[in-house]
Design a protein around this ligand. Structure first.
Ligand SMILES: C[C@@H](N)C(=O)N[C@H](C)C(=O)O
Ligand SMILES: [Zn+2]
Length: 486
């Protein structure tokens, strides 16, 4: 048999046969290594450490499985991966039945080749999905012939990514690719040091971006007029260099990108009711400005009803710009780090008000869902009072609630002016980022704005450090082109 030390030595070089720690490849995986405890059918602790080691090639396939099930809101829970041959003999001594334990006198189990895995599915809270039996229930109920819907789903995804199911155990899968057995469990356990993957992500946040205007505005000097005169690259040209340096820029897209004409009734808002609309091609302005994600949880994304919102979503999708807050959360991935994005509109789509209790419950559930899927969670709120420089009691309460639930950064919009930020439990709450490229007013009285920036460091997908925030002061111009203050 091949000595595992050989495989372990070559870690870092991507070789299909190298042994790897599955947790390093799939950070979201849940480990419940039963043979590293006495809670298994042998009633003996067979492994020194509760780790899941697999061949690189097998782990890569399993990563594809993890990514696919994650889209349905599931994670993988591993009960066993690499198994040393000694443990196999111990198991055979307890259950000498080839339906349930590979006979070590006749050859090696694929577990001892690092290419078999025992696993199930859990939801984002780590709760196991209902399966036909528990792990290592050596009964006919565990057979593939008696699978339930969840077990069939797991089997389908595993098969799709190159695994072979075992007929007698719904939890066991063998890699279709074969590898030599590996004997040296002692060496393996002490030699395979966890790979440390350090990454950092820099995120910038800006305020209200309204591409277009209300059709009642004079064309002369309007956003559309400037677009026609100057083209798409003009609007962010003053800050583009800064925004291209980061890994993710988030804006509040305060309006629609649509040619829909039907509007909602906003008479309850009196004269202050605006309907913001821009050409769907205006996504090129965002692309050029290096804006990667936009919040749509605000009181203008429904300005042209469902069609207006649907057009906005589809043109953003087409341009590859992530959007969130439109009744959905999003996950943006950069440098292997997943960033969960949640939008919350505390005013209601047409400023008709919302039940704050319901809003908080929904936010709590969204943060919970994203906790299992992302290493960093950002909540963007539409809240507060227009033209008010001080956060309200409600803004403070909601911002702190978001952090208490697990948000790592809270961003705020709606007041159209800058408000302060505070650090609460080590996380920043930026109460209002003001206007940025704002077609809703060509000459706002208050012209200060900013780019808020923070760097987040991760080790193996876990957030370990947040930098002090950096605020880059900017000024609005009368021509929709913010610039950093010199
Ligand atoms: C013991 C059980 N979890 C298992 O893995 N069985 C297969 C058949 C094996 O031993 O390879
Ligand atoms: Zn197995």
């Amino acid at each position: 048999a091949e000595a595992a030390i050989h495989s372990a030595k070559s870690m870092g070089v991507k070789n299909k046969a190298d042994f790897v720690d599955v947790q390093q490849i799939i950070p979201s995986v849940v480990l419940d290594i039963k043979y590293a405890t006495a809670d298994n059918f042998t009633h003996t602790k067979l492994y020194e450490r509760p780790q899941a080691l697999l061949r690189q090639g097998t782990a890569d396939k399993l990563k594809e499985v993890a990514d696919e099930v994650e889209k349905k809101g599931y994670r993988l829970k591993i009960w066993d991966a690499y198994r040393c041959p000694e443990a196999q003999f111990e198991m055979w001594n307890h259950v000498p039945d080839v339906r349930y334990v590979a006979n070590p006198y006749k050859g090696y189990s694929n577990h001892s080749r690092g290419s078999a895995i025992d696993l199930t599915l859990v939801d984002m809270e780590g709760k196991e999905l209902a399966m036909p039996t528990g792990f290592d229930s050596f009964t006919p109920d565990a057979a593939r012939a008696n699978q339930n819907e969840n077990a069939r789903y797991l089997e389908n995804v595993m098969v799709k990514h190159g695994f072979k199911p075992l007929a007698t155990e719904w939890w066991h899968f063998d890699d279709k690719d074969t590898y030599q057995p590996a004997d040296s469990v002692q060496v393996l356990a002490s030699t395979v040091s966890p790979q440390t993957k350090e990454t950092s992500i820099t995120i910038s946040a800006i305020g209200d971006v309204t591409l277009g205007q209300d059709e009642r505005f004079l064309y002369e000097g309007s956003f559309d007029h400037y677009y026609q005169l100057k083209g798409p690259n003009y609007f962010f040209s003053g800050v583009k260099e800064i925004l291209s340096e980061d890994d993710l820029t988030i804006a509040n897209l305060e309006g629609t990108l649509t040619d829909a004409i039907e509007k909602p009734d906003k008479r309850h808002q009196g004269n202050g009711a605006f309907f913001f609309r821009g050409n769907p091609h205006y996504t090129s302005i965002l692309k050029d400005g290096s804006i990667e994600a936009v919040n749509l949880a605000n009181n203008h994304s429904m300005d042209f009803l469902n069609k207006g919102l649907a057009d906005t979503q589809s043109t953003l999708d087409h341009a590859g710009i992530t959007h969130f807050g439109d009744k959905k959360v999003a996950v943006y991935e950069k440098n292997g780090v997943k960033i969960g994005l949640i939008g919350v509109n505390s005013l209601g789509p047409l400023e008709e008000g919302v039940d704050i209790g319901d809003l908080m419950s929904e936010l709590k559930a969204n943060i919970q869902t994203l906790k299992g899927r992302a290493s960093l969670i950002i909540v963007s709120f539409h809240w507060g009072i227009e033209n008010n420089y001080n956060p309200t009691q409600e803004q403070r309460q909601l911002g702190q609630f978001a952090v208490d639930q697990g948000a790592d950064l809270v961003l705020g919009h709606h007041p159209h002016v800058l408000q302060t930020y505070e650090t609460y439990q080590g996380k920043c709450i930026v109460y209002s980022l003001g206007n940025f490229v704002f077609g809703g007013n060509s000459n706002p009285k208050y012209k200060d704005t900013e780019i808020f920036r923070q760097k987040y460091s991760f080790v193996n997908g876990k957030l370990v450090e947040i930098s002090s925030p950096q605020v880059i002061p900017c000024r609005l111009s009368t021509s929709f082109r913010p610039e950093p203050v010199k």
